[in-house]
Write a protein that binds this ligand. Structure first.
Ligand code: 6R9
Length: 697
């Protein structure tokens, strides 16, 4: 492995290290230039009030080398920041794994033999250290003027009450609990309450439809569903409980599956109790049962490899995948990445705008910040309501220092105009983050120049539901930024750029982004479907975890993510598989077949373009289009609705019957003149038919 080490070193040393010692450096270019060349560096002058954790690329490289050469020592030391009821086995390596399907089943284990509890580490540990009075959550409601402040002690007591309730309903270690709630403090509390007693939470984003929720419930058979009567997002009222009822009915009809307990938080800001649809016996009002519970609750000491939670995400085929994370590795990795990537300092006010229904909301709203005893903001509403200044008003209100959001939100706000930003001071901000999709350079510069006033580094963090936490990101003030690049791998993350034959490329190159060794936060399996786990991540390129993203590596060793190379579309940071949408369209009586591709979208990053072939006798109409769109909203959720439905007489197929999406992508993107090689088409006339039927947009 000396050769491998050399390669590794050569990657690390390709950087223009003259920049790395420069911490008070002068920006090497006027940062206000609107369009930058890809290879221009941006150095943010250091804030004299703080000493960042990592101050140079050399310091990072040393730590990175340690993390790769001796992971047991590196991660073992970091894991000691937490309370372990029983230490992990020291007689064997901290991590055992197999990434090679030819050598047997894929598995990853970290901290074997260790016993801990993530809720204890996120709450009890801080309260016991005298931090009980420190604010943990600063909640801001959809409507201005609604807010709430919970200290670590409040959070602990509240969480214990929920744990006690779950215990009273016979929820035990290993049981699943489905949480379907808007962004209210009860959501992270419910997650922590499950973690405390060893129940596996499955949070489902409250924007998913009854149908989508039913699929997720039927896959994991939870004992309890925790939800909320209704909530407001902007000026829209969402009657959540009605959706839950419809969903539970579907579960009953389809598989005769029912749950005993549905715990419903009454959101008085959005609904009346008496208007809420109700099933006696099964449904319980949160406010009737939780306040009476004891504020101290027992803990389940969990083995490091016991499951902590599952979270469904879209894969390249239709059915969502129940990604499973385990206690020990996820705890250490989420906490350590939070600390370094956001350069967490005492007194910071951290705000990540993600919803807890996505992995970012698990790792950087709930677990990562609380494990670091941070104070974080949670916001129930949307960025543009009542106006596009809402985020910045909240930043000023809570004196947010670290602000983390998605490119789609940045582009939405950019389109609304600078005046909404400039109306608010934002002087508390010292660090900005971006996550969820590639950030284009225009949005990056706007975020940097206008929002951050050129004084805040932007950490562009690349990772996935399956990786648990950030894998590629700048460490603030550690090395120069380049707009659009997530820059360098986090400690312990061994990236590989692989060609289509599975050979690793070296130096500056482009290819498939893979990961060659285990890191503590990697998902261990897909819920009750380990075969699919192996198939999805380890069979494409033998010996590697395949991310599904393409990337470039430049001469400085920086990584540039170019987007998904599989059939996953990223709409406003939401992963949607083409197969999921196609199966809804194909289920329409009038639809013979369909194919869905991504098109660039100014605000959402990508939009969905659907080709649909109608059955004999059916004719395209506006009404038909509306009903197709409605079905997608109903079956998946509004965010998955196609931008365009293109009625076409046929789809381009190979002789073996595979739809040639490459051609459809070109047509959808208006690149008809560059359709490439059409020789494998079974019937080349179909292309003309598709072009002729293209709707005017
Ligand atoms: C954390 C999260 C994962 C997919 C991932 C990639 C895209 C996320 C990105 C990014 C470019 C970034 N993605 N962050 N692409 N730059 N900084 O979003 O998880 O919902 O599982 O999505 O999102 O394509 O493969 P998840």
């Amino acid at each position: 492995s000396e050769a491998r080490l050399k390669i590794l070193l050569s990657h690390l040393n390709t950087g223009n290290t003259s920049f790395s010692g420069l911490s008070f450096g002068v920006p090497c270019r006027q940062a206000s230039a609107p369009q930058q060349e890809r290879n221009d560096y941006v150095i943010i002058p250091r804030n004299p009030m703080f000493t960042p954790r990592i101050t140079s690329r050399e310091q990072y490289s040393r730590m990175y080398m340690d993390s790769i050469q001796d992971p047991s020592t590196f991660w073992g030391r970091l894991a000691q920041d937490f309370y372990w009821r029983k230490g992990w086995n020291t007689s064997q390596p901290l991590c055992k794994y197999n990434f090679d399907v030819q050598r047997g089943p894929i598995f990853v284990e970290w901290f074997r033999g260790g016993y801990t509890n993530i809720c204890y580490n996120a709450l009890d540990r801080h309260v016991l250290a005298g931090k009980g009075e420190q604010p943990a959550l600063l909640w801001e409601g959809n409507d201005a003027g609604q807010d709430m402040r919970l200290t670590y002690q409040d959070l602990l007591s509240y969480t214990c009450q929920i744990s006690n309730f779950l215990l009273a309903r016979n929820v035990a270690k290993g049981d699943r609990v489905c949480i379907y709630m808007p962004m209210i403090p009860e959501l992270p509390c419910a997650m922590l309450a499950c973690a405390r007693i060893g129940a596996i939470h499955s949070v489902v984003f409250a924007g998913f439809s009854a149908e989508a929720l039913a699929g997720r419930i039927l896959d994991c058979h939870p004992k309890v569903v925790i939800t909320c009567s209704a909530f407001k997002r902007g000026n829209k009222l969402i009657d959540l409980k009605t959706i839950v009822d419809a969903s539970l009915q579907l579960c009953l009809d389809r598989e005769n599956f029912s749950i005993d307990t549905c715990l419903v938080y009454h959101n008085h800001r959005a609904s009346l109790r008496e208007d809420t649809s109700w099933k006696g016996g099964r449904d319980l009002w949160w406010q009737d049962v939780i306040p009476g519970m004891a504020k101290e609750a027992p803990l389940e000491w969990m083995e490091a490899e016991d499951p902590l939670f599952m979270l469904y995400t879209s894969g390249s085929t239709g059915k969502p995948k129940g990604v499973v994370h385990t206690v020990g590795g996820y705890m250490v990795f989420s906490a350590v990445t939070f600390k370094y990537v956001f350069d967490h300092q005492p007194g910071d006010i951290f705000w990540c705008t993600a919803d807890c229904g996505w992995i970012t909301g698990h790792t950087y709203v709930t677990y990562g910040p609380l494990l670091n005893c941070a104070t974080c903001v949670i916001y129930e509403g949307i960025p543009v309501w009542p106006d596009a200044g809402r985020y910045w008003q909240i930043v000023d209100k809570f004196k947010v220092t670290t602000f983390h959001t998605a490119p789609t939100a940045i582009r939405t706000l950019e389109a609304s105009g600078d005046k909404f930003v400039k109306k608010h001071s934002r002087k508390s901000l010292r660090l900005l983050g971006s996550v969820g999709e590639p950030i284009n350079s225009k949005a990056w510069w706007w975020y940097h120049d206008i929002v951050g006033e050129k004084r805040c580094p932007i950490v562009d963090t690349w990772w996935q539901t399956e990786t648990g936490a950030t894998m590629i990101s700048p460490l603030p003030w550690g090395w120069p930024l380049k707009p659009g690049s997530a820059t360098l791998p986090f400690f312990g993350v061994q990236l590989a750029v692989v060609d289509q034959n599975g050979n690793e490329k070296h130096g500056a190159c482009e290819g498939f982004l893979c990961i060659k060794g285990p890191w503590p936060g990697i998902a261990r399996t897909l819920y009750l479907n380990h075969d699919r786990y192996e198939q999805s991540y380890f069979k494409t390129f033998s010996g590697y975890y395949t991310t599904g993203d393409g990337c470039k590596r430049d001469n400085d060793g920086y990584y540039w993510i170019t987007g998904r190379i599989d059939d996953v579309i990223n709409v406003s940071g939401h992963r949607i598989s083409t197969g999921e949408v196609e199966s809804v369209l194909n289920a329409q009586d009038t639809c013979a077949e369909s194919a869905v591709v991504a098109i660039p979208h100014e605000v959402k990053g990508q939009g969905i373009y659907a080709f649909a072939v109608l059955v004999q006798g059916a004719t395209p109409s506006e009404e038909l289009k509306r009903s197709y769109l409605l079905s997608v909203r109903k079956e998946i959720g509004a965010f998955a609705a196609p931008e365009v439905i293109h009625w076409t007489p046929g789809l381009p197929k190979t002789r073996s019957g595979k739809v040639m999406r490459r051609i459809l992508r070109k047509i959808a993107c208006g690149e008809e003149n560059d359709l490439g090689d059409l020789s494998s088409l079974a019937d080349s006339a179909v292309v003309d038919d598709i072009l002729k039927s293209k709707p005017s947009q």
